[in-house]
Write a new protein. Structure first.
Length: 239
C-alpha cells in the first residue's frame, strides 16, 4: 500500500509548525483532536490540523514509525522532528510503501504457521469470547509488525493502550507458536549487552526458567519486566 500521501501529511505538518513534537502531541494534531493544548497553542487554527482525521490512529502510528525507520523523521529524547531527508522527500515525493498490517506480517514473518496458532489454545464458544480472541490475534499481528520495524515494545504498548506485561505475554505466545522475533534491538536498549549475557547465563544454568524463581534470584537487581524480557530473549536465542 502506497503511503506517500500519508507521510507527506506528516512531513508538511512538521514544516508548518517548525518544531519538535512528542508522539502524543503529533497524534492529536494529525487526527484533529480538540485538546486544551491544541487550543492554547493555537494549533487548531493551522492548515494541517486534523489532516489525518480520515484514518485510524494505528495507521498513523505505522506511518510515523516507518518514516523514522527510513530517516524521514528523527526521534530523540525530546520528541520527533523532520529530518533533512524528509524535507527533500517533501519537495519531490516518491513511492512510500506501507507494510500491510495483516498480509505482510503473515507472509513474511509467520510463513506456514496458521494464523490461529497465534491465538490461545482454547476455542471460544460465545460471541464475546470469539470477539476477545479476534482482538488478541490482531494485537499479536500488530506486535509482530512492530518488532519487524524495530519499534520499542514499551512504546508499542503505550501507544495502543496495552499493559506492558500483557504485551510480554503476547511475545511469549508468539515465539511458543514457532515464530522467531528479532528482539535483540530492544533487549540492548532496555537491558544492555552485559545484563542480557548475565540473564542468558542464568536461564541456561537454571533447572527451569520459572519467572518467580528468577525474581527470587535477581529481584533486587532487575525488575519483573526486565527478567521477563530476559527470559523471552533467551528463549528466542534457543530457537
Amino acid at each position: 500500500m502506497d503511503g506517500k500521501e500519508s507521510v507527506c501529511k506528516i512531513l508538511r505538518s512538521f514544516v508548518e509548525l517548525n518544531e519538535t513534537m512528542n508522539r502524543d502531541l503529533l497524534m492529536d494534531y494529525i487526527m484533529g483532536r480538540p485538546t486544551q493544548q491544541m487550543s492554547q497553542r493555537g494549533l487548531d487554527n493551522t492548515e494541517n490540523y486534523g489532516c489525518g482525521d480520515d484514518k485510524e490512529e494505528d495507521h498513523w502510528t505505522m506511518v510515523i514509525d516507518q518514516a523514522i525507520e527510513e530517516g524521514l523523521l528523527k526521534s530523540s529524547s525530546v520528541g520527533i522532528s523532520i529530518a533533512a531527508k524528509g524535507k527533500k522527500f517533501l519537495k519531490k515525493p516518491t513511492e512510500f510503501m506501507l507494510k500491510d498490517e495483516d498480509e505482510e506480517v503473515i507472509d513474511e514473518n509467520i510463513g506456514d504457521i496458521d494464523d490461529n496458532d497465534l491465538l490461545d489454545d482454547s476455542i471460544p464458544t460465545t460471541p464475546k469470547a470469539q470477539s476477545s480472541k479476534s482482538s488478541t490475534s490482531q494485537r499479536k499481528l500488530a506486535l509482530i509488525q512492530a518488532v519487524d520495524r524495530h519499534v520499542a515494545i514499551d512504546d508499542f504498548a503505550s501507544n495502543h493502550g496495552y499493559d506492558f506485561d500483557e504485551v510480554l505475554n503476547d511475545m511469549e505466545a508468539i515465539i511458543s507458536s514457532g515464530t522467531k522475533l528479532d528482539l535483540t534491538y530492544f533487549g540492548i536498549e532496555v537491558l544492555g549487552e552485559e545484563a542480557m549475557e548475565e540473564l542468558f547465563d542464568y536461564y541456561e544454568d537454571a533447572s527451569d526458567d520459572n519467572l518467580d524463581k528468577a525474581i527470587d534470584e535477581y529481584g533486587d537487581v532487575y525488575s519483573k519486566e526486565e527478567l521477563h524480557l530476559g527470559r523471552i530473549l533467551w528463549r528466542v536465542s534457543k530457537m
